[in-house]
Design a binder for this molecule. Structure first.
Ligand SMILES: Cc1cc2nc3c(=O)[nH]c(=O)nc-3n(C[C@H](O)[C@H](O)[C@H](O)COP(=O)(O)O)c2cc1C
Length: 391
């Protein structure tokens, strides 16, 4: 684990330049630009010369197994679309067109939520290739999301996509028992459909304190949901999505608890609170960011500047909690980075912001990952895994 993880730079293809031009044309309409992703995913196969179809080749297939007997996860390639990009769970397979081998839909809460009513709720930082957002957990409710996942799961699997459902507690509930009941209900509903369940305990955009700041409540959540899982005939993997800005001590406290509760893994991590944006390698200060909420809050930061910090967290977790599965997320925009992360022992990666900055980003990263594997002497990810068994 003693090699450097470089924040690799990618070559700007003509299609990436066209994408940059589109972003410039619509620079006054960040909401529209963000919303257009689902249309691109849907119509990508019809755009000539873009080759935007599901890639069903075997080269990057990966199976993630769990020592506790939880259902294995099957990825066409270990590049997932992170939570927030498809909050509705509609048209999941469109994202296979874009090259993804998995998706985390949601985040869904127990009931429908409008989210943040302020506009814009999202801002783009061109120079930093970053996005800051405060969507406020807008979603159609976990029942609708789960129903949609159930009806598409077979076709998603045929397209070699692993489907996670991301859930969070409903903001605004003050009574602790009610809060617990709310999240356990969401969990039990999502459990029916998801390949694995992702508990988002790190959303900075609800106007409330993040759940991962309250370790004792966090413990109650994971006690209840793992008890629920133990009562079920089928055992599915549970991942906790954590915030990237925690101190090692705080992260250790949470990781100790997650290991003790039998949680399978972590997604590290969510957006970086913009109040601490000076900790990131960006060209802006907090006050230069566009306010995204009525109270002036600037939301959470995503994209390329998160990478080095994310790698630091991944290294820490892999070193101290090797039994935990890790899905890396934050600033991943190059297949060489994914190869480095795989060498650090991550099972999969998730990305979001890169789709705004690279045309058909997952396809491009697949090619780069294949190239990196070949350079390392491996014809496929399966061959790499044979040489580096986990358990
Ligand atoms: C517009 C937007 C909405 C997001 N919504 C969610 C969400 O609902 N749930 C969640 O867990 N993460 C959400 N995220 C965070 C991403 O899933 C991801 O953790 C973060 O953007 C870092 O990855 P990236 O650097 O590849 O973008 C959102 C991010 C963005 C940019």
């Amino acid at each position: 684990m003693s090699f450097d993880c470089i924040n690799h730079e990618y070559y700007m293809r003509l299609s990436d330049r066209v994408l940059a031009l589109i972003r410039r044309v619509f620079h006054n309409n960040p909401e529209f630009r963000h919303d257009s992703l689902k249309h691109v995913a849907r119509f990508a196969p019809l755009i000539p010369l873009m080759g935007a179809r599901p890639d069903l080749s075997k080269t990057l297939r990966r199976v993630v197994t769990f020592a506790d007997g939880s259902n294995s996860l099957y990825f066409g390639c270990p590049i997932m679309l992170a939570a927030g990009a498809n909050k509705t769970a509609l048209r999941i397979c469109d994202f296979a067109n874009m090259g993804f081998g998995g998706i985390s839909v949601g985040t869904a809460t127990r009931h429908v939520r409008e989210g943040n009513t302020h506009r814009p709720r999202i801002g783009f930082l061109e120079k930093d290739r970053a996005i800051h957002n405060s969507m406020g957990l807008n979603n159609d409710g976990v029942e609708a999301v789960t129903r949609r996942v159930l009806s598409q799961l077979a076709s998603a699997h045929m397209n070699q996509m692993c489907v996670a459902v991301s859930i969070a507690e409903t903001p605004g509930i003050t009574d602790e028992n009610e809060k617990l009941k709310d999240i356990v209900e969401s969990f039990s509903i999502a459990y029916k459909a998801a390949d694995y369940i992702e508990i988002n305990v790190s959303c900075p955009n609800t106007g409330e304190n993040r759940v991962d700041l309250d370790t004792s409540f966090l413990e109650k959540i994971f006690t209840e949901i793992t008890n629920y899982r133990n009562s079920q005939g089928i055992r599915k993997a549970i991942y906790a999505k954590l915030s990237p800005d925690m101190s090692e001590r705080h992260l250790s406290n949470i990781m100790d608890m997650l290991v003790q509760k039998g949680v399978n893994g972590v997604v590290i991590g969510n957006t970086y609170p913009t109040s601490k944006v000076s900790e990131l390698p960006v060209h802006v200060t907090y006050n230069q960011l566009t306010p995204l909420r009525a109270d002036g809050n600037r939301g959470g930061m995503s994209g390329r500047p998160l990478y080095e910090n994310m790698v630091k967290n991944v290294k820490f977790i892999r070193e101290h909690y090797p039994q935990m599965s890790v899905i890396a997320c934050g600033g991943i925009d190059h297949g060489f980075k994914i190869y480095d992360l795989i060498r650090l022992g991550v099972d999969a990666v998730q990305c979001y912001s890169v789709v705004a900055f690279r045309w058909m980003a997952a396809h491009a990263m697949r090619h780069e990952l294949e190239e990196a594997l070949l350079n390392g002497g491996y014809k496929s990810l399966a061959e790499y895994d044979e040489h580096h068994p986990k358990h």
